[in-house]
Design a protein around this ligand. Structure first.
Ligand code: CIR
Length: 255
């Protein structure tokens, strides 16, 4: 089945992005754009067709398109991001998704960020307590349970999203930062810990057999390679200053 990666152009307003756990530091727009282009090229090399949506000039965080939707085979759910400044990102993503899926929406007063939704087979684990809340998780459950998905809540602390702390890197293996999320939540799946010197390294993007992974984390990369996983390295340091990782910049789904 062909894969589509929906991405979104970087906004020139990224300097005003939301920040929760990091101090603001200057983002080099040209460097960020070139990292983003390299990321899209890596997605193409991994087998995706890339469709890039235009940025809204005022939508500082719109490059982080993952947070605006959860796309499943059966439907897409557009979110109500926990940061009010990000809610205006959603309509353009919903319009693009309508070409591929029926689109349902999370409504007030619940909040849900796609970065908090970790899919493991037919289980959707929602990290609550940060941008996403119990109401958002419960609305998601109502929308997807008829399609055979179970939705559970997972607590985490110390980082922005659940997928900052844990991502799936193989059918049965999660890469985690145990300082931010308790690996016991993911039983019976096996977990591989990031190198403690690289706390942000748990955010990896699996496309087929390949793991798209930031160049900035060589120690954790060595752990992934030792586990037999093929790595597609991407430069991701500039958008990391905006608290973004490699999952955040795309919505990947079959078409
Ligand atoms: C924000 O705080 O919303 C953005 N500056 C970063 C969003 C990163 N998204 C993600 O981890 N899924």
């Amino acid at each position: 089945m062909p894969l589509l990666a929906l991405t979104r152009e970087l906004s020139p307003a990224i300097a005003r992005c939301e920040l929760t756990h990091l101090e603001r530091s200057a983002i080099d727009l040209e460097r960020a754009r070139s990292e983003h282009a390299a990321y899209e090229a890596t997605l193409r090399a991994a087998g995706c067709r890339v469709q890039r949506l235009a940025a809204g000039a005022e939508l500082a965080d719109c490059v982080f398109i993952e947070d605006t939707a959860v796309v499943l085979d059966e439907l897409a759910v557009v979110t109500r991001p926990g940061a009010a400044s990000r809610r205006a990102e959603v309509p353009a993503v919903a319009a693009a998704l309508r070409a591929y899926r029926q689109v349902a929406a999370i409504g007030p007063r619940g909040t849900l960020d796609g970065g908090d939704v970790l899919r493991v087979g037919r289980r959707l684990l929602v990290g609550t307590g940060g941008r996403s809340d119990a109401d958002g998780a419960s609305q998601l459950r109502s929308l997807v349970s008829r399609h055979g998905y179970a939705v559970g809540e997972v607590s985490f602390a110390g980082c922005l999203h659940l997928k900052t702390a844990a991502t799936l890197v193989a059918d049965d293996l999660l890469l985690v930062n145990p300082a931010w999320v308790d690996p016991a939540h993911f039983r019976p799946l096996a977990t591989l810990a990031v190198d403690p010197a690289e706390p942000f390294a748990a955010n990896a993007l699996r496309i087929g057999a390949v793991v798209v992974f930031p160049e900035e984390y060589p120690r954790t990369r060595a752990r992934l390679e030792a586990a037999g996983l093929p790595i597609a390295p991407v430069p991701a340091g500039e958008l990391a200053k905006a608290e973004g990782g490699v999952t955040c910049c795309s919505l990947v789904f079959t078409i």
